[in-house]
Ligand binder design. Structure first.
Ligand SMILES: Cc1cc2nc3c(=O)[nH]c(=O)nc-3n(C[C@H](O)[C@H](O)[C@H](O)COP(=O)(O)O)c2cc1C
Length: 189
């Protein structure tokens, strides 16, 4: 394997390869709000009890709603949703309802959260713990339900072909993914 020649770049290069999700929340007046959140990862308590870890900085409406209600939907963004994500991410609920780009919304089945009809993979979540780090809050979110596109065939959580979900990957810029390369163990002799 080749050796890469690197240079020290400074700590502000904080790039992480991030999955793109749009978080749906309930406003105080019963309306809904959506915003892209890509600081999303996963951990587990035991066995199949997975928790999403979701970080939000500042005082954005989405964060205020999660702090107030403790519930949220986490909608995977496929490339056909890019315009919607970009719109949600460049507009703030405090400046008015985000309805300049058309989209349809349903209610969660297990949790009373707004869900984007366009998303092929949706988590309905409830916050069980949160950790403050300066101006950011990281929410540990119990997954109460997962809604999956009926067309997606998968046997278990290790059998998900991301090329079919066509997710947006974020690094500060938007990307799509390339090929399916294999499964765990395929590259071990
Ligand atoms: C691609 C993308 C990813 C983002 N990821 C995050 C994130 O992980 N955490 C966060 O706090 N804000 C994130 N933001 C910023 C919010 O989405 C943005 O501030 C949004 O306008 C907030 O909307 P709201 O005020 O209606 O809640 C992201 C924005 C974009 C465009």
């Amino acid at each position: 394997m080749k050796t890469v020649k690197r240079k020290s770049a400074g700590t502000h290069f904080s790039m992480c390869v991030q999955p793109a999700f749009i978080v749906g929340t309930n406003n105080e007046d019963g309306t809904y709000n959506f915003a892209p959140i890509t600081w999303v990862s996963v951990t587990n308590e035991k066995d199949s009890d997975y928790l999403l870890t979701i970080s939000m900085f500042g005082t954005k409406k989405t964060k205020q709603n999660v702090l107030r209600t403790g519930i949220l939907s986490v909608n995977l963004v496929s490339t056909d949703m890019l315009e919607l994500m970009d719109y949600f991410g460049t507009h703030h609920a405090k400046d008015g309802k985000k309805d300049a780009v058309p989209y349809n919304v349903s209610k969660g089945e297990a949790v009373d959260v707004p869900i984007l009809d366009a998303s092929r993979w949706v988590y309905e979540c409830e916050v069980v713990q949160s950790v403050e780090t300066g101006e950011s809050t990281t929410f540990f979110c119990r997954i109460k339900n997962v809604q999956i596109d009926e067309q997606l065939e998968c046997d278990d959580t290790f059998d998900i072909n991301l090329t079919k979900l066509d997710p947006v990957v974020y690094s500060g810029m938007y990307h799509s993914i390339g090929k399916l390369l294999g499964k765990i163990g395929d590259f071990t002799k």
